[in-house]
Design a protein around this ligand. Sequence first.
Ligand code: ATP
Ligand code: MG
Ligand code: MG
Length: 380
Amino acid sequence: MMTVGILGGGQLARMLALAGAPMGLRFMVLDPSADACAGQVAPLMVGEYGDESALAEFASQVDVVTFDFENVPARSAQWLAQRLPVFPNPQALALAQDRLLEKTLFRELGIEVPPFADIASRAQLEQAVAALGTPCILKTRRLGYDGKGQFRINAPQDLEAAWTALGPSVEKTGLILEGFVRFQREISVIAVRGRDGEFQTWPLTENWHVDGVLSASLSPVAVEGALAEQARLAAHKIAERLDYVGVFALELFCCDGRLLANEMAPRVHNSGHWTIEGAEASQFENHIRAVVGLPLGSTRARGQACMLNWLGALPDARGVLGQPGGHWHDYGKEPREGRKVGHATFRADTTLGLVDALHAAGEQLDRHAQVAPVIARLRG
Ligand code: ATP
Ligand code: MG
Ligand code: MG
């Protein structure tokens, strides 16, 4: 029996292991924390990603390696890849860890991106703010997630505060300045490429963020003109260039009839959680199929689905489970402010059915603000 090793033991690893079990696969998770939530559903090895003896012990127990955590040190991924199949490959992982490298690649592939500049000093920040104009966003190149490691510069006088906040990180993470995009919508493409090059995408997902953190996702959604095909093509070009194997997400801004690429995540993605109930094969199932070299499952949607994220603490499950097509996901994590502790997915065969379920859940859970933009979109 084959054992899949996962670096990182969060909810993504947990959902990967749950998706792989029916295919007869075993899992082993490596995480620095003894209470990593994937440990509740798969054997957990506690160790640092940069520790060679931990990696050696891990490598001796698994047949193939993949990631739940995208910021595993590139050296560790390379070390493992010299001994075992590792998917996605360490070069793809390293590129997707760095906002400057990924935006440079997107541009090279003809994928439009917001204006950006590499920032290595305060003087460069001043020049770049003058060139890009305000508002703009200073971000760490590496190690940012959920909107952390970002500072919005609304006017030139905010530059001082931005440098105070992020200047100290410049050595460790690098910095990038991005023009602020006044987008109408945020969408993502979840894509998967198999070991043999087979490529598929799920229908487009629209995403709503609150304070830089994903709050709700809806799929499938219609977008104007040729944008859906453009998004799919962009993901395909990236996958081919990186010789990517597994699932990744490409986050895009829809702005005045154009698509601008924000970032890619070299792993299964929060905006693809709806695929567990809302698609023929989920992102988790297909990621596992890809990394072990099995044929991919269909990415076709089953009706319409909306995912709501639970941050900090879980609401009452009955508000979700009491709705037709309501599904509950409790990651088994300790509640903590801002922490992703679970999500719900609502699936329905019709738009009207989904609106009704979301409306009822919004009432029962007192989550009007979270469901409102999704309902507004569904009502068109
Ligand atoms: P994630 O959790 O998706 O990995 P992250 O910390 O990597 O988040 P981004 O995706 O770059 O951060 O930014 C978080 C959110 O902030 C975006 O989804 C978007 O809503 C907003 N944002 C980021 N960059 C820009 C930009 N250049 N213009 C306008 N809004 C932006
Ligand atoms: Mg990110
Ligand atoms: Mg993002």
